[in-house]
Every structure is written in structure tokens, then in C-alpha cells.
Design a protein around this ligand. Structure first.
Ligand SMILES: C[S@@+](CC[C@H](N)C(=O)[O-])C[C@H]1O[C@@H](n2cnc3c(N)ncnc32)[C@H](O)[C@@H]1O
Ligand code: SF4
Ligand code: SF4
Length: 345
């Protein structure tokens, strides 16, 4: 799936935000003309049928409803994915509750966003899930951004609304200083609370699914994995756990492509600083994604951020690339440059 960035402004300032090269630097609203070109670029070659609306906070765009309607009424779009912090949904019920609209709601804790904003989020979830009956098109998500990240508030929300799945990310570091390091140290720091959180989720019949930056299998002890087997006595967990990527060893990453307001694209926000490309240089979204596969992803499997990864079987069989590619982007770019030089010789 590929996303259109409607606006850089956001009504929150999440410390972990990986779009922080752009977010809240200025408002930078996409024009209707640029939106229409971006929509055509994503849907035009027939390779994609889902369009993502992203920001900043996309619901802040003054023409948000108009743009959502343009995407919804485009027959080539089977679904629209709205990435939102949920605080302004009450201003846009019609488009948010449309049968084609799916919502990924980034739920921050009351400590992080303040009691007032959290109350608003809870009120909007109540309406969306209980009154508007949109449950099957809504996924709540959490960004696990520090070793003692809070999660109680989210479990309460999931239980209250009888939601049986949740999207989780171990945040991709957004500061240059944290990139190009041995990511194992970062994952080790995050792991204890992630495991506690997963136990509480599974004990409550809720299955987590990793979005970005999954915990690599080499960091999980046999006993830690076996500790989760007890939840198989719950028939729902037993039947559905295989649909989640927590049940397998694979750690992979593919271009998601965010198209900016000036019609430049990035492979993903985590690699925004080094993957900017004007979309008019490409025939369509498939062509652009292939370009990212050739120039970034192809080298990711041959690069490593630690000596453990260099000799690892999971990497050699293309099963684990170590988590977010930002951890080893310097090495990836170095390899890409070397390969291009050799090709030119
Ligand atoms: C940049 S936000 C923009 C849309 C909206 N404001 C929101 O928060 O959902 C898009 C997505 O990026 C995710 N995200 C933000 N920072 C991240 C990070 N450091 N690592 C992984 N995902 C992150 C959020 O959870 C959200 O789903
Ligand atoms: S993650 Fe979303 S809500 Fe948080 S600052 Fe970034 S754009 Fe705003
Ligand atoms: S490639 Fe191997 S050593 Fe590196 S993070 Fe993945 S499983 Fe661990």
C-alpha cells in the first residue's frame, strides 16, 4: 500500500514520531491538483487498490473530506486507509465511517497527550466503535517508544470495545544518532516490557501484530517463546495466532512509499532523508517501488548492523533483515554506491 501525505501539521507532538523531518515544520497542505496526481500515480497502473491518507494529522487538512470523497468514489480504490491519532474524527464522521474507509488509530497514553486529548480520543472511539458500528474496519495501534512504555490504558480500551487484535511497533529511532548502531542493544532494552505487554494482551484474548520493526528471533529465548504456549488453551488464540506475524520468525520490510505534497516520494518515513524521488520520473507506483527494491532493498539482505547478523542463517535465507533498515542505512547506501560504480566500469 502507498500513502499520500496530506499535511505536515499535527495536533500532537509525539516524541517518537518518525516523520519528524517534516511534521510541524510548517503546515504544508497538499493542493487538490497535487492530491489528484498522487491518487492517479498510485491507482493508475493497476498494481494497487488501497490508498493511504497520512500526515502529520490528515484530518487537519481543510479539504480532508473532499479528498477522502475523491478517493472513495474512485472505482479503482477498493479501500482507503486513514492513519490518524483519532482526535478529530468527530468532525468527519461521513467519510471516516464509509464502507471503504479503514482506520489505523494511533492511541497514545493520557500521560503523553494529556487527559483532555485522551478523553476526546475515548469519546471518538466510543462513537466509532459502538454507535457507528465500524469495528471491523478499525485497528488500534501503539508505538512502544521507551523501555517502560505505558500500555494499561490501551488494554482497557481494547477490552472495553471487545477488540481482539492490536497493531504494535517498536519505534524506529528518528534521531540520526540512534541510527547506524547495533540495534540489538536497543531491542534488548525494549524486550522485557514488550514481553510483559504481550502476556497481558494474550491473557485477555487479544492478538498483537507487528507493523514496523519487529523484534528479531535471535533475541527471544526458548523459554520466553514457550511461555506463550499456555494461551493456546484459548480456542480463539489457538485458531487465529497464525494470522499474526508474532507467530513466525520472519523480520522483513518492504517499501511503503509516502508521496509528499510536492509530489516527491520517500520509500518510508524511516528512510526519508535518503530516498526522495520525484514521482514524475516513474511510470507509476509499481515502477517506483521496483526502483526502491533495486536501489535499497536488494542491498539490505547483504548488509548487517552487527557481527551476529553477518553469519546468521536467518539473514542468509532472507528471513530476517534485522528490523528497520534505518539501523544499517549507511551500509546499504555504501553497498549500493559500490555496485553502481562497478556497473559503470
Ligand atoms: C507519522 S503518523 C501520521 C498519521 C497520524 N498522525 C498518526 O499518528 O497515526 C503515521 C504512522 O506512523 C507511525 N509512527 C510514528 N512514529 C513512528 C516510529 N518512530 N516508528 C514506527 N512507527 C511510527 C504511527 O503509529 C502512525 O501509524
Ligand atoms: S505520530 Fe502522528 S500524531 Fe504523533 S506527532 Fe507524528 S504525525 Fe502527529
Ligand atoms: S539477521 Fe539474524 S542475528 Fe541479525 S537480527 Fe535477524 S535473527 Fe538476529
Amino acid at each position: 500500500m502507498s500513502n499520500i501525505m496530506l499535511i505536515d501539521a499535527c495536533n500532537l507532538k509525539c516524541s517518537y514520531c518518525f516523520a519528524n523531518e517534516f511534521v510541524n515544520v510548517s503546515r504544508n497542505e497538499i493542493s487538490l491538483e497535487a492530491f489528484s496526481k498522487a491518487l492517479e500515480f498510485i491507482l493508475g497502473d493497476g498494481s494497487e487498490s488501497c490508498v493511504g491518507m497520512i500526515g502529520g494529522e490528515p484530518t487537519l487538512h481543510p479539504l480532508f473530506d473532499t479528498m477522502m470523497r475523491m478517493a472513495i468514489t474512485d472505482e479503482r480504490a477498493k479501500s482507503i486507509m486513514l492513519y490518524t491519532n483519532g482526535l478529530l474524527l468527530h468532525e468527519h464522521w461521513d467519510v471516516c465511517c464509509h464502507a471503504k474507509t479503514h482506520l489505523l488509530i494511533n492511541c497514545n497514553s493520557p500521560t503523553d497527550i494529556g487527559e483532555g486529548a485522551f478523553k476526546r480520543l475515548c469519546e471518538n472511539l466510543e462513537i466509532l466503535l459502538e454507535q457507528k458500528m465500524c469495528k471491523d474496519r478499525v485497528t488500534l495501534g501503539i508505538n512502544m517508544y521507551k523501555p517502560d512504555f505505558e500500555y494499561r490504558y490501551l488494554i482497557d480500551l481494547l477490552k472495553k470495545h471487545k477488540l481482539d487484535h492490536v497493531r504494535v511497533s517498536i519505534t524506529v529511532p528518528n534521531m540520526d544518532g540512534q541510527r547506524n548502531t547495533d540495534a540489538h542493544a536497543y531491542f534488548r532494552l525494549m524486550k522485557p516490557n514488550v514481553i510483559r505487554f504481550f502476556h497481558e494482551l494474550l491473557a485477555n484474548g487479544i492478538i498483537p501484530h507487528f507493523d514496523c520493526n519487529k523484534l528479531p528471533p535471535c533475541l527471544l529465548e526458548k523459554e520466553e517463546i514457550e511461555g506463550f504456549y499456555r494461551y493456546f488453551s484459548d480456542p480463539f488464540i489457538k485458531e487465529n495466532i497464525d494470522k499474526s506475524n508474532i507467530a513466525n520468525r520472519h523480520v522483513t520490510c518492504a517499501p511503503v512509499v509516502d508521496i509528499r505534497q510536492d509530489l516527491t516520494a520517500v520509500r518510508c518515513f524511516g528512510l526519508s532523508s535518503c530516498t526522495k524521488q520525484r514521482i514524475d520520473k516513474f511510470k507509476g507506483i509499481k515502477d517506483l517501488k521496483n526502483y526502491y527494491y533495486r536501489t535499497i532493498d536488494a542491498y539490505a539482505w547483504n548488509s548487517a548492523y552487527s557481527s551476529a547478523c553477518s553469519s546468521c542463517y536467518d539473514r542468509q535465507v532472507l528471513s530476517c533483515n534485522g528490523g528497520c533498515l534505518a539501523f544499517k542505512i549507511e551500509e546499504i547506501l555504501r553497498l549500493a554506491e559500490y555496485a553502481e560504480r562497478r556497473l559503470g566500469e
